[in-house]
Design a protein around this ligand. Structure first.
Ligand code: FAD
Length: 451
């Protein structure tokens, strides 16, 4: 088959979207020797004064690191990140209690999104067979011919890494037997900065700080400049209730009193109104490919709500999984793409569901006491039965949530056997679209817990 680059040329892979997953993916394809063309709507963020993204910093876990390692970027990114060895739970009275992540020595990293994105673009650019095109917004494309309209560009493979509102995915929606669901949650998020105090971090830096307050929650991740980025999650209607600076302080006094002096009264009053709260969407779809021409990765394939801290990490893992399948099937796109869908859809859907479950659980009743209690039970079970029982608590929650969510739907838990080391749940085949089969989730949970 002739490539748009000519008969003797290596095939052309167009990566649409130069965000985190797109930039990383360009490295993966370049490493394989493809002619890679990356197209990004935004200007080159390495030259931009202000970089907009979905959050200022994010948690990089084992899963994401593995993908970075594949393209020789792990050490560099890790050296620029801040290890978070534990969660730090803030009670209403200001008491702080750490809950470690898994075993001793395990940690996740707080990384700066803009910096990570810049580093990945620079890494992609070092491959002579990669070209980065900025200020190029994809308008339309054809699954039949691979023609894309920016102007007209043609590729052998189009890789949609263009985020939660993917233009590439729009074509999928027009096709038969494409499943798609999109759910906006009632919560929004807002980012606030906690400045350093006397040149030092205002709180202990090597933690992911959490203020669980039932329907509200605030988290804070450290940055290299010794600030923390605090993210406040709460229902939009609650955000909207607060209309004056004094009401902001009143609200914080009630729910996050220990954070007031750390963020600062004036900054709080000002920054709360700087930007409106942002929406969060969960997108699930299947398949992830069309023929041998196009494949979706990252948020374009699976935007998840950020309550599991795994969106980017899962997107990075997409790149690794795809790369492995490329190896297995000798870069034959017509075999690689369906296999990628087959392998990846259930895992990504499980992550989306877990994120949604964490959200539902939080919304239901997670205050600091509950949070601590739950984590201690989890850790105890993990200690007793490290291989199998890790997610028992979570499974119970899932079962409860399932029962609640599916009330009125065709639901029957035909067996729930709790004891020894396993819990078995059987789902009817037409279960609510949001939910994956529990057995699948079970195996994923074991892996996820430490990745
Ligand atoms: P994006 O980062 O959205 O990038 C898409 C790119 O495509 C953008 O650069 C965009 O400009 C470009 N684009 C869009 N349309 C077009 C077009 N038509 N043509 C050309 N280019 C286009 N994940 C974690 O793993 N850990 C965390 O701690 C974490 N925290 C989060 C906190 C919040 C508040 C939110 C909202 C998300 C969080 N995530 C986290 C999820 C993470 O942000 C996403 O999963 C990740 O950004 C996905 O990367 P992506 O490259 O697929 O999409």
């Amino acid at each position: 088959e002739e490539s748009p680059g000519g008969p003797s040329q290596k095939k052309v892979v167009a990566v649409v979207g130069g965000g985190l997953v797109g930039a990383l993916n360009a490295c993966f394809f370049a490493k394989r020797g493809f002619d890679v063309e990356l197209f990004e709507t935004r200007e080159d963020i390495r030259q931009a004064k202000i970089v907009r993204g979905r959050s200022i910093n994010l948690a990089l876990s084992h899963r994401g690191r593995q993908a970075l390692k594949h393209v020789g970027m792990e050490e560099k990114i890790v050296s620029q990140g801040i290890p978070m060895h534990a969660r730090m739970i803030h009670s209403l009275n200001g008491k702080q209690s750490p809950i470690p992540y898994g075993k001793k020595g395990q940690y996740i990293l707080s990384v700066d999104r803009a910096n990570l994105n810049k580093e990945l673009l620079t890494a992609a650019e070092t491959y002579p067979n990669t070209k980065l095109n900025f200020d190029r917004k994809l308008q339309d494309w054809s699954a039949e011919t691979g023609l894309m309209t920016f102007e007209q560009v043609e590729a052998d493979l189009i890789v949609g890494c263009d985020g939660a509102f993917s233009a590439i995915r729009k074509q999928f929606l027009r096709r038969s037997r494409f499943n798609y669901s999109q759910t906006y949650i009632p919560h929004g998020y807002m980012e606030l900065t906690m400045p350093p105090i006397n040149g030092e971090f205002a709180m202990k830096p090597n933690y992911l700080h959490i203020w669980p307050r039932n329907t509200f929650m605030m988290i804070a991740l450290p940055n290299l400049d010794k600030t923390f980025t605090c993210t406040l999650f709460m229902p939009f209607e609650e955000f909207e209730k607060i209309t004056t600076g004094d009401e902001v302080i009143e609200f914080f006094q009630k729910y996050f009193p220990d954070a007031i002096p750390l963020i600062g009264v004036d900054a709080l009053k000002r920054d709360y109104f700087r930007l409106p709260a942002q929406a969060m969407v969960s997108v699930k779809c299947s398949p992830y490919h069309i023929g041998s021409k196009c494949v979706l990765m990252g948020d374009a394939a699976h935007a998840v709500v950020p309550f599991y801290g795994q969106g980017m990490n899962a997107g990075f893992e997409d790149c690794i999984v795809f790369d492995e399948i490329m190896e297995q099937f000798n870069e034959d796109f017509s075999a690689v793409l369906p296999e990628y869908t087959r392998v990846r859809v259930p895992d990504d859907h499980a992550i989306a569901d877990l994120a949604m479950y964490n959200y539902i659980e939080m919304r239901a009743h997670v205050n600091s006491k509950w949070f601590l209690f739950r984590k201690h039970i989890d850790n105890l079970l993990h200690f007793l039965m490290p291989k199998t029982i890790i997610p028992l608590y979570t499974m119970v929650i899932i079962l409860i949530n399932k029962t609640v969510i599916n009330r009125g739907l065709l639901f029957s838990a035909t067996g729930a056997l709790l004891g020894g080391s396993f819990l078995l749940i059987k789902n009817p085949p037409d279960i609510n679209k949001l939910l994956v089969p529990a057995e699948k989730m079970w195996s994923r949970l074991v892996a996820l817990r430490t990745s």
